[in-house]
Design a protein around this ligand. Sequence first.
Ligand SMILES: [Zn+2]
Length: 212
Amino acid sequence: MKNEQFLRNDQFNFIKRQIQRLVNGHGTVNDAHVLNALESLSIEKVLDLFTELSDAQKEFLNKMVEIEDKESAEKYIGDLEQYIIPFNPPSEQKLKKLFPKVKKLKLPTEGLGYNKMTYLSYDDLGTKKRYIITPSQKGMIGLSGIFEETNVKQICAICNRLTNVGMFLTKTKGETVGTYTKKGNYICRDAEDCNHHLVGLDKMYEFVSNVK
Ligand SMILES: [Zn+2]
C-alpha cells in the first residue's frame, strides 16, 4: 500500500473515537451479535467520511474491525497516523494576504504539531489578539480577534466540547457604512487540545461564517 496521505486531522480524530468505542465494546460486551453490530456501525461511519477511497485505503480502514483491545488499537492508530495530511503553514506572502491589515505578523514556526492540526492559532500576548488560520468553505482564511480569558467552562464553538474556553471577540462591518457589529464566541483556550478533539469541519465552518 502506498503511503499516500488521505486523512484530514478531524477525520483521524473521528476514526480514533470510533476505535475507542470498539475497545470499550470489547471490554464490556460479551454478546457476539452486539459486537458485530458495533463493528459494522463503526466501519460504516468511518467509510461515510470519504467520498473517494482507493481499494487499498478501503482495505486498510476495514481492518479497523479487527481491533479488540488497547494494544491492537494503539498499533492501528500508529499506522493510521502516517496517512494524515499535515497542516500546510502559509508563506510570509500568503500570511500578508490572510491578514492584510496586520503589520509584522510573525507566526511561530517551531513546536507546532502540524501533523495533527486543522487550524493554526497564535496568541499575540502584547495586543491580546488571537490569529487563526483555518480551512473554510472558501479555502484557507485568516481570522483575528481579541481573546479574553474566562474562568468558566463553556461549549467551544469549534470542537463542540464543554471545556476551558476564552471569548474570541471580533468586529464585523455592519449594514450601514461605518458601523460595526461585535461578536463573541467561546472557543478553546488551548488550541492544540481543540485541534486534537475536532471530529468534523461543520462547526468550524459555522464559526467562520459567524465571525466573518
Ligand atoms: Zn475547541
